[in-house]
Design a protein around this ligand. Structure first.
Ligand code: ZN
Length: 87
């Protein structure tokens, strides 16, 4: 049961849902799955930490320069996420 829930979430799904997660837009089951994936996936934990930092930076220090690589990745994810929710 637990394996089944955790197995349903891929790294790709986690990174795509990460803004929803941070904004509290995920449903209960999705949150659980998300957290379980983070429990065993180091890469996604690191990504989540970066995103948290990023949101905090945007929220408190809008003028703070963002590393270009991180910014590009962010922008790309937002674009993907946007185009998908619009179509
Ligand atoms: Zn992962």
């Amino acid at each position: 049961m637990i394996d089944c829930l955790a197995g349903q979430l891929t790294c790709k799904a986690v990174t795509e849902a990460i803004t929803d997660y941070l904004e509290g837009n995920l449903g209960f089951v999705e949150r659980i799955r998300f957290q379980m994936h983070l429990g065993f996936c180091r890469g996604c934990r690191r990504y989540l930490r970066q995103m948290r930092l990023m949101l905090r930076t945007f929220g408190t220090l809008p003028m703070e320069p963002i590393p270009p690589a991180v910014r590009d990745e962010l922008l790309q994810r937002f674009r993907t996420w946007k185009s998908r929710s619009q179509t």
